[in-house]
Design a binder for this molecule. Sequence first.
Ligand code: NOJ
Length: 559
Amino acid sequence: MASGVWWRDAVIYQVYIRSFADGDGDGLGDVAGIRSRLGYLADLGVDALWINPWYPSPMADAGYDVSDYRAVEPRFGTLEDAEALVREAHDVGLRVLLDVVPNHSSDQHPWFVEAVEAGPGSPLRDRYVFRPGGGPDGAEPPNQWRSVFGGPAWERVVEPDGTPGEWYLHLFAPEQPDLNWEHPDVAADFEKTLRFWFDRGVDGFRIDVAHSLVKEEGLPDVADVADLDWPRPPVEVDGRLQRAPWRPHPFWDRDEVHDVYRAWRQVADSYADPKVFVAEAWVDEPERLARYLRPDELHTAFNFTYLQATWDAGYLRRVITETLDEQGAVGAPATWVLSNHDVVRHLSRLARDRQAPGSSLEQLRGTTPDLDLGRRRSRAAVLLTLSLPGGAYVYQGEELGLPEVEDLPDDVLQDPTWERSGHTDRGRDGCRVPLPWSGDRPPYGFGPEGGAAPWLPQPDDWGPLTAEAQRDDPGSMLALYRAALHERRALPALGDGGMAWLDLPDGALGFTRDPGFACLVNVSGDPLPLPAGYAVRLASGPLDDGRLPRDRAVWLTRE
Ligand code: NOJ
């Protein structure tokens, strides 16, 4: 790969710890499970792991409600186990990123518990966002802001004297009170947390909702409550759907948030082998996203505009070009991501013909998946993703071709969205189903023999999708990922660097990269002839008489 700085073109594998592998047999994935599968990850050919929150948590939002940032949840293991994992990962050449959650803590965090106990007017409440209620007796929320999981973004506390009292802000679940980033204790404590893990060898952090943290002074209402929606629905321009233009928002993507990251960058740069950050910032405008990536701020950010793109050659080309232009302008590498633990697995998204960009089950409601189509497109999409300039993310299980589990029974759903939406939005559990490793029936080797059932049920027809079933099958999704990742390491054109678009017929995408590489994707066009002078290095599926059929991609190298 072209670059000397590892994070500029790293492929980072997302380990959703509770669903990756269960080492102790309690039905929940854990640190021991990850340690037992490091060989699999090294063999796959990724460069680093990002592990979702493993801190002590009441699990109101699957660990994104943290009650102690500098410890490990006992159900996941111990701090010693975590340190051993970092060492062992390094030994097999894998870097390790953790997940830091700075917008909110758990309501069981000692700061929040003592804030509630201290009563109104106490400075201990200033580390969070407490306000008196509206209406004559304070029984109305302080403003009209809505929680991402549904319902008002405010919860009322019972004061120590037993009376209904102040309200606190929670942009997510009520068990996730927002921290007040104006308070010096908050910034100081997070810097301590960063150093705590960096000092234990952790190589970087993914920053949860990096675009929140700072709220508009006075917490104002907006004129039209629809303006609070985020991400904003696409708008139609000249008959085509496009992303909505950016406008200021009272709690997302405020300019002041960048001061936090300038300070964090200094912490990262103070290490001999500098540490790195990746922003989870659902900021749709490439120019706004690039602001997080200025040279004295964060290193990289997830590209959710790419993740949400429709399977449309023109749209994809626009998103890719804008990303490279805007991020290149601040000197940052692009990243490419197809799935994560918050969105419908891309195999199931690509299994639909949809017009509007999107990624949730809600947005796909009323459409029927064609999983064979989804599989063909997913194979093509990963070749596109892994050959674009910059870094890439792989969400656990996508290398096995797992679909979204769309028919989980109501009574097993755990995502807070399900309750908060009044049982209208089924939420994100369908992409979080525990991985199938081996065998032909649940629990597919997820945990040790005789252990508890996995925390979410696995489908009965996943036998052919296990890692074991795919390992020696050259036509499997796993084989394609392994081949692509190994080629990516071998080919000097891939990773960081530039690219040039090829002029191709409608419905096709193609580009070259120096030296001697080309990627062609037939998104929706007629069978596409391959350019002269190139040989096929890797294909997502069979060619049709030497031409590239629709929903297929190839990597070519110069003969
Ligand atoms: C983004 C995380 O990815 C998601 O899983 C979580 O629910 C929210 N942030 C709140 O922390």
